[in-house]
Write a protein that binds this ligand. Structure first.
Ligand SMILES: NC(=O)c1ccc[n+]([C@@H]2O[C@H](COP(=O)([O-])OP(=O)(O)OC[C@H]3O[C@@H](n4cnc5c(N)ncnc54)[C@H](OP(=O)(O)O)[C@@H]3O)[C@@H](O)[C@H]2O)c1
Length: 308
């Protein structure tokens, strides 16, 4: 099976390429890694020729403009990159009878839910920031392309996920370890946001689950794929510190402590949908434990580089 991955140089894209390389059905030539400048969200006119050239059977669309504050400052650009470009890709894919998986986000929901239940595919999206609005526009453009296409053989999957972590290094756990070192040096407590909740998810776990979907031909529909468990940002940070054995005083603060261009949804929790194998993804704490050795190596390299 010829599987192409957009945003192949990103956090999820790298994990997808790695998962596809070790999967039994991508063939000897392996997955097609579409990275910039070959696949640039600012140059969607080139997508049709790329599809024609490589003729994949499945495309996993992981590329996006993920800078949520940047999207808030330039909402038109966000809409073009995450909405319009996804529509162009979906039209090209649908016209060629290619299965498409569009990776989307928990930020399509408003996060105002107060019943303690994660959002499911039947819940109505209502984004509260331009990033979420642009990703929802991408979902809708892809659905319209597949509904209007004359090729019934192809499937469209929307995979929503949340709070991704994994290499390369500037993910939330890496930022927390760096912030803890700065807090210790300054003598101030590490301030942690306690009123924002989500579903931390290891990018390698999500990638394996997407590969499972592709291989099972259960692509069609809306899937919520996250590691098991719910955490506030503060819970997540404390678990990072616990696993890294970093002891630093902490203080819980509201998200409003920091002025940001975008407003994140407060309850950004997704209820996972069943995977073809029937097994849910493992708890996020276990996925974090796998990430920890690389984080600790990175932290010790940074400490060595900072020494006089
Ligand atoms: N990160 C999260 O917490 C999270 C949560 C929910 C959903 N998601 C979704 O998951 C998917 C993968 O996210 P990720 O964390 O892997 O993101 P990422 O690390 O920022 O990767 C995004 C990829 O998009 C590529 N890209 C192509 N054209 C671009 C352009 N014109 N401007 C900006 N980027 C461009 C980037 O290329 P370069 O490598 O050249 O920059 C990069 O490879 C996205 O669809 C995102 O919306 C992410």
């Amino acid at each position: 099976m010829r599987v192409a991955v957009t945003g192949a140089g990103g956090r999820l894209g790298r994990a997808l390429i790695s998962a596809l390389e070790s999967s039994p059905y991508t063939g000897p030539s392996g997955p097609l890694a579409w990275s910039r400048p070959e696949f640039d969200l600012d140059a969607p006119d080139a997508f049709e020729a790329l599809v024609e050239r490589d003729r994949p059977e499945v495309i996993v669309h992981a590329a996006a403009w993920t800078d949520v504050d940047g999207c808030a400052r330039e909402p038109e650009l966000a809409l073009a990159r995450n909405g319009g470009a996804t529509g162009v890709l979906a039209r090209a894919a649908a016209e060629h009878g290619i299965d498409l998986i569009v990776v989307s986000t928990n930020e399509v929901f408003d996060g105002r839910r107060i019943d303690g239940v994660g959002y499911g595919p039947a819940d109505a999206p209502a984004p509260i920031n331009p990033y979420g609005a642009s990703k929802l526009a991408g979902e809708e453009a892809a659905r319209a392309a597949y509904e209007e296409a004359a090729v019934p053989a192809a499937a469209l999957g929307i995979v929503r996920t949340a709070w991704l972590f994994g290499p390369p290094g500037d993910d939330f756990p890496a930022k927390i370890l760096a912030a803890a070192d700065r807090a210790r040096a300054s003598g101030d407590p590490l301030r942690l946001v306690a009123d924002e909740w989500g579903s931390p998810t290891g990018a390698p776990d999500l990638a394996e689950a997407i590969v499972e979907l592709v291989g099972s031909a259960a692509v069609d529909g809306t899937h919520h794929i996250v590691n098991s468990g719910v955490a506030s940002r503060a819970d997540w940070a404390r678990e990072v510190l616990r696993q890294a054995r970093v002891d630093v005083p902490t203080e819980d603060v509201p998200a409003s402590t920091w002025q940001r261009a975008s407003t994140p949804p407060a309850w950004a929790v997704l209820a996972p949908t069943p995977l073809p194998g029937g097994e849910p993804l493992r708890p996020w704490t276990a996925a974090l434990a796998d990430r920890m050795p690389a984080l600790l190596r990175q932290r010790s390299r940074a400490a060595t580089a900072g020494r006089p």
